[in-house]
Design a protein around this ligand. Structure first.
Ligand code: SF4
Length: 340
């Protein structure tokens, strides 16, 4: 809509967008009650004109939230009082245990305070339902947050749990407790750390299953022992065009559709949800549920063949080479037909 806005105009502009959506959005149809559908049906330029018009109508009369409310929000997100003393417990555990090193490599991110780390607790055990935690596991997480993370945990859009402020010297103890609770999977950012929407298992809008596809992918690549070899890989699966699984920004996106009463999975490639956001490119015709896994296998094999080394993740290979080698791997029959 706008490349930049003065900070004080951000809220009235957002309100203008919502006003236009409220007036013209497709609330008559639950399948189309999405702002992206309004963009698609109206056209971006026309919608922009309506938003600018609404914005002009409210920008001078808009009253900002009270200072007291803003302060209350600031206070609620104030950083905790960090304890800066260090011990060698963390470093000793790194030396002593390869499993702990693997966990730290994938599941612990740098904290702005060097005495601390940020732990991502994976809710993606191999073959499990992505994002699920039992009541007992949630109690364990609450206790760990209270004891080790300044009473704070966050639920991430990647369907994992974050313990945002853990002293490095406490990380080995947290890791042990996570393992005991079945929460120690060391796979953040790897091919089994899949976002999957509820799909046909739970969602009335779904056109295909998502969860069993995610389970099959994680089991398959775990069985091949390739997860660490493949490295960073974001697979995201949605069970219909509403895209709750963010498939359009997956390095490999999978969109479950329905064709003539049968599930059909469309693959997008090269999506990226980071700062330089990119919507993935649609690779070609979709695959049946049975043919999807072999197709993904060919795709991953092609990546392992063409990458410039273990330090080049799939998304970087895709950006460097474009879609051609990956599409050729997905659709070998097209290549054979053109050669004949
Ligand atoms: S993307 Fe998934 S969760 Fe969202 S509406 Fe479609 S099936 Fe339901």
């Amino acid at each position: 809509m706008r490349a930049f806005l003065p900070k004080q105009e951000l809220l009235p502009y957002v309100e203008a967008i919502l006003q236009v959506y409220n007036l013209h959005g497709r609330r008559d149809n639950k399948y189309k009650a999405r702002i992206k559908i309004l963009v698609h049906e109206t056209g971006l330029e026309k919608l922009k004109d309506s938003i600018e018009h609404a914005f002009e109508g409210i920008r001078h009369s808009f009253t900002s939230p009270s200072k007291a409310l803003i302060k209350a929000i600031d206070d609620a997100f104030a950083p905790p009082e960090f304890i800066n003393s260090r011990s060698l417990v963390f470093e000793d555990a790194l030396i002593a245990s390869a499993a702990f090193r693997a966990f730290v490599e994938t599941n612990v991110a740098e904290h702005k305070n060097p005495a601390y780390g940020i732990i991502s607790v994976s809710l993606k055990p191999v073959g499990g339902v992505p994002g699920d935690a039992s009541a007992d596991q949630m109690r364990v997480l609450a206790e760990l947050a209270k004891t080790y993370s300044h009473d704070e945990l966050r639920v991430s859009h990647e369907q994992n749990i974050i313990l945002p402020h853990v002293r490095k010297s406490d990380i080995p103890a947290v890791w042990e407790a996570l393992q005991d609770a079945g929460l120690g999977t060391a796979n953040i950012g790897l091919i089994s750390d899949i976002i999957a929407c509820p799909g046909m298992d739970y969602c009335a809008l779904a056109t295909a299953r998502s969860i069993p596809i995610a389970q099959e992918i994680s089991e398959h690549f775990a069985a091949r022992g390739l997860e660490r070899e493949i490295g960073e890989m974001k697979i995201k699966i949605s069970g219909c065009i509403n895209a709750c699984g963010h498939h359009h920004v997956g390095h490999i996106g999978i969109l479950g559709l329905e064709r003539k009463g049968v599930e059909n999975y469309q693959i997008t490639l090269g999506g990226d949800g980071r700062e330089n956001m990119k919507v993935g490119d649609r690779a070609g015709p979709g695959f049946s549920a049975e043919k999807l896994m072999p197709a993904l296998d060919r795709l991953v094999n092609a990546y392992l063949d063409v990458r410039e080394g273990v330090d080049e993740p799939f998304i970087d290979s895709y950006k460097r080479l474009g879609s051609a080698p990956f599409i050729a791997a997905l659709y070998p029959e097209a290549k054979n037909a053109s050669a004949a």
